[in-house]
Design a protein around this ligand. Structure first.
Ligand code: TMP
Length: 218
C-alpha cells in the first residue's frame, strides 16, 4: 500500500519553523502536493494536554527524565492517533518537531544522553522515522532575540525560561545530529530573510520529491 511522506521541521526556538511550515505547505499544495500540518508536542487533543503540563512555567520542579518521558508520551499518542493513520492512507504529513527535538533538548540540553533518549523513544515511535527532516539552522542568540522581540507580555513557557547555555547546547546537538544523518537531514540557513528561507525549504522538499519519483520510475 502506498504510504504518505513524513517530513519534519526542526530547529532551535525562534528559528521560524511554524511560519515556514505553513507557507511551504501552501506553495506545495498549489503545485499539487498536499501536506497535512501538525506539531509536537501536541497536534491532537491528548497530546496538547500533555504539552500544557510540559510547558507550564509553574512546573519548575519537573525532573529531566519526566520531561523526556512526557514528550515521548505525547509523541506516541500523536503518532498513533494522527500521523500513522494519515501516512497509511497515503496522506503526506509535515510536522513541526519530532524525535530529533528530544535528542537535542533532552538528550543533550538536559544532559540525559542522546543515545539513551533515542532508545527510550523507540518504545514510542516503533521505528517510525521521518523520510526527510529540514533543520532550520539558527544561532541561539538570534533565535532568542527574535522570540523576545515578538512575544506578547507574560507569554513565556517553561522551556523559554532556560538560560542561553541550555539553548547553545541544543543548537550544538542539532548540528551534530545533522552531521550524523546527512541523507535524512537537510540543513537550511534560517538566519536569511523569510522569503529566502522559504524558497530553500520548498526547494529541499521538491528535490526530495523529484528523487523519489526518479527512484519509483527505475
Ligand atoms: P514549540 O515552541 O516549537 O512548539 O516547542 C515547544 C518547546 O518544546 C520548545 O522549546 C522545544 C521543546 N521540545 C523539547 O524539548 N523536546 C521535544 O521532544 C519537543 C517535541 C519539543
Amino acid at each position: 500500500m502506498k504510504k504518505g511522506l513524513f517530513i519534519t521541521i526542526e530547529g532551535p526556538d525562534g528559528a521560524g519553523k511554524t511560519s515556514i511550515q505553513k507557507e511551504a505547505a501552501r506553495i506545495l499544495s498549489e503545485e499539487g502536493f498536499h501536506f497535512e500540518l501538525t506539531r509536537e508536542p501536541g497536534g491532537i487533543d491528548i497530546a496538547e494536554q500533555i504539552r500544557e503540563i510540559i510547558l507550564n512555567p509553574k512546573n519548575t520542579a519537573m525532573d529531566a527524565r519526566t520531561e523526556a518521558l512526557l514528550y515521548a508520551a505525547s509523541r506516541r499518542q500523536h503518532l498513533a492517533e494522527k500521523v500513522i493513520p494519515y501516512l497509511d492512507k497515503g496522506i503526506n504529513v509535515l510536522c513541526d518537531r519530532f524525535v530529533d527535538s528530544s535528542l537535542a533538548y533532552q538528550g543533550y540540553g538536559r544532559g540525559i544522553g542522546v543515545d539513551q533518549v533515542f532508545q527510550m523513544n523507540q518504545f514510542a515511535i516503533q521505528d517510525t522515522m521521518p523520510d526527510l527532516t529540514l533543520f532550520m539552522m539558527l544561532e541561539p542568540e538570534i533565535g532568542l532575540e527574535r522570540i523576545n522581540r515578538n512575544r506578547a507580555p507574560g507569554d513565556v513557557d517553561r522551556l523559554d525560561m532556560e538560560k542561553i547555555d541550555f539553548h547553545k547546547k541544543v543548537y550544538e546537538a542539532y548540528c551534530d545530529i545533522a552531521k550524523k544523518y546527512p541523507s535524512r537531514i537537510e540543513v537550511i540557513d534560517a538566519s536569511k530573510c523569510f522569503e529566502e528561507v522559504l524558497e530553500n525549504t520548498v526547494s529541499a522538499i521538491r528535490k526530495y520529491l523529484k528523487k523519489l519519483v526518479n527512484t519509483i520510475d527505475k
